[in-house]
Design a protein around this ligand. Structure first.
Ligand SMILES: C[S@@+](CC[C@H](N)C(=O)[O-])C[C@H]1O[C@@H](n2cnc3c(N)ncnc32)[C@H](O)[C@@H]1O
Length: 386
């Protein structure tokens, strides 16, 4: 077994953050990337067992506090535990949320009897078969779709891998929760559906009325919940034509025949255009993609967040609601709130927080790992300062 020793002063005993960075390690013996290793502190106290990839700045991801065998049984136990924690969730939920469920590098969303999985690290990629077998052992599944793609995988030196790998299923996987029929798009974004916004989308029903604008709408989760809450009209903007088409399918499945408008375009431009046209709204939702994927992108991201929030405030009716989200892990809650405050200041609006949420609890936040709290979601009541 590869032995890793940490530098003097690096404390990981009773670790709450399972990441070990390259600059915390004293030296690394010859090894194969992705291999299992044992980690010791400078005084040779046992820290834990994990897997190693020197290509990544997060060089070791810990899997266990003890030198237990990392085999199929290990993963079966982790999945059983994760499932037990989510016994309140029906229809669809995130079953494995990487580090927060003790399986760093693995994400698994369950949609009815179909599982969509992502393997984001080389260590977990190497154990893929064992992990897939464990999922099949614990769950009664019709199919497993792999959706391993994106930046994280590239950083680990891995190619993308997308398709049905066990059993089979449709391109659009149907599922239902909170009284809404949905589809998860196997060819869409992330695992096909943003399950993390589930509680926030349901909460939004309490604020929905009149004319609603859902910007960055993807397949319309907030839009359909606005209808559920009693909105008369919902305008949904997304630049993805495919997402717009799937939203139409969701509308049909939920028997919504009128009151919707789908705009395929750039939300920044559309918000400006609505202002020029003098259109106004009772509720505006802003749920953009992560503008800051890393700390380096933070200042450009702040400009983007400020711009859309400012534009939205300008076209909100006096006393209307602004539901605004950021899923940038690099941007903390306080800084996000500050940027919205700056936008309000510039357009002479007074804001009151009437709701605050984070990701739903099937995406738990590890208290020692601030990166795991990525989603911020506020609803503000917005009034003109007279
Ligand atoms: C975080 S997702 C929105 C998720 C959605 N609210 C939901 O709950 O399902 C961000 C969406 O923004 C879209 N998008 C990204 N940049 C855009 C832009 N400039 N204009 C319009 N849509 C954009 C993406 O296609 C994606 O669907």
């Amino acid at each position: 077994m590869i032995r890793i020793r940490l530098k003097k002063g690096i404390k990981k005993v009773g670790w709450v953050n399972p990441w070990i960075y390259r600059n915390e390690i004293l030296d690394i013996p010859p090894h194969e990337e992705g291999e299992i290793c044992d980690v010791f502190d400078f005084s040779n106290n046992y820290v834990g067992r994990g897997y190693l990839n020197e290509r990544s700045f997060i060089t070791v991801r810990l899997l266990s506090h003890s030198p237990e065998k990392i085999d199929g049984t290990f993963f079966t136990k982790k999945i059983v535990k994760a499932l037990k924690k989510r016994k309140k969730f029906k229809g669809a939920f995130r079953l494995v949320h990487s580090e927060a469920d003790g399986m760093p590098g693995v994400v698994a969303d369950l949609f009815g009897k179909h599982l969509v999985v992502q393997f984001n690290t080389l260590g977990m990629e190497k154990m893929k078969d064992k992990i897939l077998n464990a999922f099949e052992e614990v769950l009664d599944l019709d199919g497993i779709f792999e959706k391993s793609e994106g930046r994280a995988r590239k950083r680990e030196g891995l190619e993308k891998s997308v398709g049905w790998i066990r059993g089979e299923g449709e391109e659009l996987i149907p599922f239902k929760f909170d009284g809404v029929e949905y589809f998860s798009d196997t060819l869409g974004q992330k695992t096909g559906f943003f399950l993390d916004q589930r509680f926030n989308a349901k909460a939004l029903r309490n604020f929905a009325h009149g004319i609603v604008l859902d910007a960055f709408s993807y397949t319309g989760n907030f839009s359909i919940n606005a209808f559920k809450g009693g909105a008369d009209k919902v305008i949904s903007i997304d630049r993805s034509q495919r997402a717009g088409k799937i939203y139409e399918e969701i509308l049909k499945a939920n028997n919504v025949k009128s009151g919707y408008e789908i705009v395929i375009g750039n939300a920044f431009d559309e918000l400006r255009k609505f202002e020029r046209e003098g259109r106004s709204f009772d509720l505006i939702i802003l749920d953009p993609p992560a503008f800051a994927k890393s700390r380096k992108e933070l200042s450009a991201a702040l400009r983007g967040y400020k711009e859309i929030n400012l534009r939205a405030m300008k076209i909100l009716k006096n006393g209307g609601f602004l539901a605004t989200a950021s899923c940038s892990a690099a941007l903390d809650r306080e800084s996000f709130l500050n940027v919205v405050k700056e936008a309000a200041f510039d357009v002479h609006k007074e804001l009151r927080i009437v709701y605050f949420g984070i990701q739903s609890y099937d995406h738990p936040v590890l208290i020692g790992m601030k990166e795991s709290e990525y989603l911020k979601f506020f609803i503000f009541e917005v009034e003109a300062i007279s």
